[in-house]
Design a protein around this ligand. Sequence first.
Ligand SMILES: [Mn+2]
Length: 427
Amino acid sequence: MKITKDQIDSLNAGRMKRHSVQYSYCKEQCEAAGIDMEWVTDQVAAFEVAIPSWALGAGGTRFGRFQYGGEPGNLYQKIEDIGVLHALSGSAGEVSLHIPWDIPEDTNRILRHADQCGIGFNAMNSNTFQDQPGQSLSYKYGSLCHVDAGVRRLAVQHNKEVIDYGVQLGSKSLTVWLADGSNFPGQLNFRRALQNTLQSLREIYDHLPADWSMFIEYKPYEPNFYSMVIPDWGTSHFLANRLGEQAYSLVDLGHHLPNTNIEQIVATLMMTGKLGGFHFNDSKYGDDDLTVGSIKPYQLFLIFNELVYGFNHNESNNPVPAWMIDASHNVKDPLEDLLQSLHAIETAYAKALLVDQVALEDAQSKNDVVAAERVLHEAFQQDVRPILAEARKRRGAAMAPVEAFRALDVRNQLIRERGSQQTATGL
Ligand SMILES: [Mn+2]
C-alpha cells in the first residue's frame, strides 16, 4: 500500500490551527532562552534513521511468536512497509538489510521498487550466528573465531558476499555482529579466539570498497553466557583500530550490562573518531529490544547530549553514525512500534539541541554541580512536541504519525492486501 500526499495533507490540515498556537508559544520560550528554534526544527527535520528489514513483522521471544496480520511476506513488501513509515514520519528513508534473511535476488527490480517507495539502502548486516539449510560446516562453536580454519573461511566468505550485495544496492557499510563466544569456562582460549577474529575481520576488511565502512558491534552476553569474543566497546575499539580507518565501533543501546554509562562510552568513541554505527532500542533487564525511550528516556536524552556535543567538537572527524532502530516486538503492531521509536529518538535529539552548552560549560568550570544539572533538566523538561510536528510538516509527513496510521487504518488495509495469516520472513 502507499500513502498519498493528499491523505497526509488532509490529516495535517485538521491539526494546523492548534499547532500554530503551540509552535509560536514554544518558539517564544526558546527565543527567550537564546535558542534559535528554527535551527533546532531544521536539524530535527534532517534527521533520519534506518529501519532493519527484520523489524517489520511481529517479533518474538524464544518462547513464542504472536503474529499480526498483513505482515510483509517478502523483501518487496518489507520495503513497501518502510515506505509507509517514511510517508508518515518523514524520517525513515532507508532500509538496513539482513543477509541471508533478505537476499535481493533481482537487484535491479529491488532498486526500482525501493526507488518508487522512496527508500535507500543503509548498512548491510551479515549473519554467522545460525546455520543455513545445506550449510557444509556449522557455526555451533563460533564463526570468525572458530578453531577450524574451514569454518572461519566460510564465515569470511559470507561477509564478502554481503558486501557484494550491498555494492549492487548502493549501500556503503557492513555491520558485523558476532554471536561468537563460549558457554562454559575452559571452552575457548580467549586470546586465540580474539586473534582468529581479528584475522578473519581483516580478510573481510580487505574486501571493502574504498568508500565503505565496517561497523563492529559488541555485546556482553547472549547467546553465549560465559564469554563473548567481542563483549564490550573496548574490544570493539581495539579491533577497529587494528583494522584501519574504515573500521568503526557500533553502539547498540541494549548491548550493555545494567547501569552501564552508555553516554560516557559514546563520548569516548566520538572523541577518538570511532563511533560509526548506532542501534536504538530500550531495555529494562538485558537486550530486551523494547521501544526506544519506553523505559529510560532521560538516559536517551543524555546520550543525545553527548552525540550533539560530539558533532560540535569534532576534532577527530567522527562521521555521522549510521543510525538504525534495532527492536522487535510481539505485543505491539510493529509499524506503530517503529513510529513510537522514531518519535522518541527525535524527542531526545530535539531536547539535546536545546541544551545551553555555554551555561553548562560555565557551571562545569566552576564546579557548580547543581547549576550544571539544572541546565540539563531545563532542556529535558521542555515540551518539544510542537518542534517535532513542525519538522514533520516541513518534510511533508504526518504531524502525528501514530494517529495518522490509525486514522488511515493501515494495518487493516495490509491485512486485506496480504491476508491475516501472512508472517514476516526472516527473523
Ligand atoms: Mn544491534
